[in-house]
Write a protein that binds this ligand. Sequence first.
Ligand code: FEO
Length: 162
Amino acid sequence: MLSPKIEKALNAQINAELFSSYLYLAMVAYFQDTNLSGFAHWMTLQSQEETSHGMKFFQHIIERGGRVTLEVIDRPQFEWKSPLEAMEAALEHEIYITKRINDLVDLAMDEKDHATASFLQWFVDEQVEEEDNANGIVQKLRMIGDHPGGLFMLDRDMGSRA
Ligand code: FEO
């Protein structure tokens, strides 16, 4: 069984993951609007991944005999000055999610909930990848600067994400 504290925190994380999905969907719309279809494709997959993260928490709560409670999903930002600014916002958001996951692990330890601590380990590893992916794109965009040719090539690469 889940302790009430853990149940509440896991439900809050469903909301955080679904907000991530929503934020990245706003970025899809922004990238489409700026004719960066490769970036839009990459972010569409990212948004879908976030929904699946939310569903992992959903399933864990159910499997442990808890109750899922769904809250309002905040309105995300949907306008950025440049692709770089949008990807920096994505990286910043992933760093925030990593902190949330780490806090959840701390709470699971405090509550001696080993099953939740074990479940969260997947997310600990996933966040390393999430930050690395976003950071890699930010670094490339910084290198590209104001060169449209570089942005064109990066957009093409991002369109090949499977
Ligand atoms: Fe679900 Fe991108 O962290």
